[in-house]
Design a protein around this ligand. Structure first.
Ligand SMILES: Cc1ncc(COP(=O)(O)O)c(C=O)c1O
Length: 364
């Protein structure tokens, strides 16, 4: 029997997507971004799929600690860095590599309190125009000098920046960011890292010692106008469920909460066991495609917590128990994101804990 909402994780797809990263950036080391529970795919599941990677990147210290406790000894960068001496102690203890982006962090390094021995490899971040984390160019060298004198900072200091608009290949802001980075770090020792997935796929000028792919490793396009498939990637996650009810409805019947969709002519309604409680987007519009027995049928009515409704058409052979695909092979998550007025990142990140993951080709 097909279970209710479940996700299929495709480890081979991840390997394939990594090979695409290496093809685009043959001379770069790869820092795989697996923050936010590996974009909803499962932190440890993804780390296992990428065991040989040069480094992982997570957002928060605790995500790095989780990887260490699970036995991963790869380099691990912590993209949000730290805010206090206690967190720096943890970073040192677990040999995590913080991004250093604020004067507060310089103060903590200089205070030199704490008992953990050794020094931290760090990633000093230049804000080249994202205006989120990082030192502005005019403060960067002073920060670098201060860090160069800290006993707890491993030398040479690694250097990085992050792009704001790289997913728009016509926006020259990325070129300006690349130029500012190169000018500002010229002459400094240390390895450099600029490119996220959009940089790797769209901005060859941004390739450097390290690349930091996130979304493309999961088989998803960073660009709004394309799918991962069109870029030679394979989706690492498929979201499935099953039909739990099939019934005729008449012209004039309205469907679901608020009665927002009214049937124009007699048809067959299908009820699928998936909803926003599983991470299916609440804002998916009427018409969002759903795959049932290999055929696309449109979502109708509002998405509810545990169920969605679809129009199976008057001639359908579908029956309760039939398998349903919400995204995956033949139904790109990028397409569903457009129907839900969002980006595919939020859809995969939003898959909730009650969705059971299985490995591709595994039995239930
Ligand atoms: C600093 C940094 N580098 C790299 C990435 C990976 O980005 P993407 O998933 O678009 O490849 C992220 C993700 O948000 C990030 O914050």
């Amino acid at each position: 029997m097909t279970p209710a909402a479940y996700a299929v994780f495709n480890q081979d797809a991840v390997q394939h997507n990594l090979s695409q990263v290496r093809r685009c950036a043959p001379h770069a080391k790869v820092m795989a971004v697996i923050k936010a529970n590996a974009y909803g795919h499962g932190l440890l599941r993804m780390a296992i799929a990428l065991q040989q990677i040069d480094a992982f990147a997570v957002a928060r210290v605790d995500e790095g600690v989780q990887l260490r406790k699970a036995g991963f000894d790869n380099r691990i960068a912590v993209l949000e860095g730290f805010t206090c001496a206690e967190e720096l102690e943890k970073l040192l203890h677990y040999q995590l590599e913080p991004v250093v982006h604020s004067p507060t962090q310089l103060d903590v390094f200089e205070a030199g309190t704490g008992t953990e021995p050794g020094a931290c490899a760090i990633w000093l971040k230049l804000d080249t125009g994202m205006n989120r984390l990082g030192f502005k160019a005019q403060h960067f060298h002073f920060a670098h000098q201060r860090l160069s004198r800290c006993a707890r900072v491993k030398q040479p200091i690694n250097l990085m920046t992050h792009f704001a608009n790289a997913d728009d290949c016509n926006d020259d802001k990325t070129l300006k960011q690349i130029d500012l980075f190169r000018q500002t770090v010229a002459g400094l020792a240390g390895e450099r890292s600029l490119a996220n997935s959009a940089g790797i796929l769209g901005w060859a000028q941004s390739l450097s010692d390290w690349v930091r792919p996130g979304v493309m490793l999961y088989g998803i396009s960073p660009f709004p106008e394309s799918t991962g498939r069109q870029l030679g990637l394979i989706p690492a996650m498929e979201l499935h469920s099953r039909l739990i009810a099939v019934k005729p409805i008449d012209a004039g019947d309205s469907v679901g909460y608020g009665g927002t969709w009214t049937c124009a002519k007699p048809t067959t309604l299908g009820v699928v066991a998936i909803g926003y409680g599983d991470g299916y987007p609440r804002h998916a519009k009427v018409g969002t495609p759903v795959l049932i027995n290999g055929l696309r049928v449109p979502l109708i009515g509002r998405v509810s917590m545990d169920m969605i409704t679809v129009d199976l058409g008057s001639q359908t052979q579908a029956k309760p128990g039939d398998p349903v695909t919400l995204w995956g092979e033949n139904l790109p998550v990028e397409e569903i994101a457009l129907w839900a007025d969002t980006i595919p990142y939020t859809l995969v990140c939003g898959v909730t804990r009650r969705v059971q993951f299985i490995e591709k080709n595994a039995d239930f």
